[in-house]
Design a protein around this ligand. Sequence first.
Ligand code: SF4
Length: 319
Amino acid sequence: MSKPVLSMRNICVDYVTDRGLVRAIDSVSLDVIEGEILGIAGESGSGKTTLAKALLRILPPPAVITGGEAYFEGRDLFSLSEPELRALRWKRISMVFQSAMNALNPVITVGEQIIDTLLAHDAGTPGAARTRARDLLEMVGIHGECIDAYTHQLSGGMRQRVGIALALALEPALVILDEPTTALDVIVEKEILEQIGDLQRRLGFAVLFITHDLARMLQFADRVAVFYAARLAEVAPAEELRRAPRHPYTQMLLSTVPSIRGGKDRQESIPGAPPSLLDPPAGCRFHPRCDRAIDLCRERTPELRELTPGHSAACHLAE
Ligand code: SF4
């Protein structure tokens, strides 16, 4: 059986506000297995991006990691020194951000950005780094001639591909994709995700794929973790989650996904809104929106429990 490349245990992240601490990640435990695509799904504000940034320790203040451990290749990311972390970022764990335009440097060419990354990690001579930069661009479907282009000369899809080339430059073991195709049209989005899938199968890296788009996630990921209001609601293999979701929130999320074979009826949306993390409801945080809630749900927080091998849900009634 494959082993985890990343093990998260009871991770907590808080935002320090005038009104006290706001818990943005609440005791999250999750493994990413070598070579798998693990999807993280949930509505905006559920904690997906906060978790990714916590792992790389690039959370901007006022967010602070207040608990837990994250073991990557046997080392706790939260206890590494800044130089140790710098050596690890990009080389062993890399990230593709939501908007490549903001993540890339507009005043140097895309080639220079890839070459700088390679040389910063002692990956060969300048000449070899330039050759590798061209190869990387071609690997993600961009003509090698674009090595001397600036980001404003590229389309949104090409910029996002450059972000992916940068993320793969040092052959990391784990690539975090944070809504990598949000700003793109559906055709470019599909092309880019297929390309990432091909590269992932060829190069064998693991992927942590963050998106609010559950339909896209189910096509792309091997396993899916569903977040709700800073906590894990359900974790399961993608196919099983699509076929037999056990948490009412996942069931409602799936009911909002349009089916290509379905009728033209208006899609349902989930009634209500996610709770404010400043003052979340007691017990199960989903109870104000859940049509199956019982008294116990309002009183006691459901634990994430394994129901069948590899399939866990945090719901008192999931059995
Ligand atoms: Fe609904 Fe209760 Fe399950 Fe929460 S624990 S999802 S309120 S049934």
